[in-house]
Design a protein around this ligand. Structure first.
Ligand SMILES: [Zn+2]
Length: 134
């Protein structure tokens, strides 16, 4: 299945992906270097227990830090994956059904790996899994 994207589309999506990757990279850097530790080896999440005597609040803040970094790492992986598929000429093809992903969808979310239908289906089954696990 051939993607309906023109060379120009590919070019702007490529630029958008690279820009977003750089931006998320900076966000992660800033989060890990908030205490002014600018060498990579010293990167760390803030020590929330130094900021408050409230242990529960410190725990919550620490969990949120971890969740945010995990989210950013996940997005970076998605962006890397999209750039890789772009380099391999597989960009814009749904990984579930092999159909082209709608152009508007890719411009709204350049790292999308599924067409709208498969995404909806995946989200439904994911919710279902989460609901039945508890
Ligand atoms: Zn699909």
């Amino acid at each position: 299945m051939v993607s309906p994207l023109s060379d120009r589309d590919i070019e702007s999506l490529h630029a958008a992906l690279k820009q977003r990757r750089a931006q998320v990279g900076v966000e992660v850097q800033e989060r890990l270097h908030r205490h002014g530790l600018l060498t990579h080896e010293d990167a760390a999440l803030p020590n929330r227990r130094e900021e408050t005597d409230d242990e529960a609040a410190a725990d919550t803040a620490a969990r949120m830090d971890i969740a945010a970094v995990a989210r950013e790492a996940e997005e970076l992986a998605r962006l890397e994956g999209a750039l890789k598929r772009l380099a391999e000429g597989e960009y814009g093809i749904c990984t579930e059904c092999g159909e082209p992903i709608a152009r508007e969808r890719l411009f709204a979310n350049p790292a999308a790996t599924r067409c709208a239908e498969c995404q909806q289906f995946a989200e439904r089954t994911d919710r279902h899994r989460k609901a039945t696990r508890n």
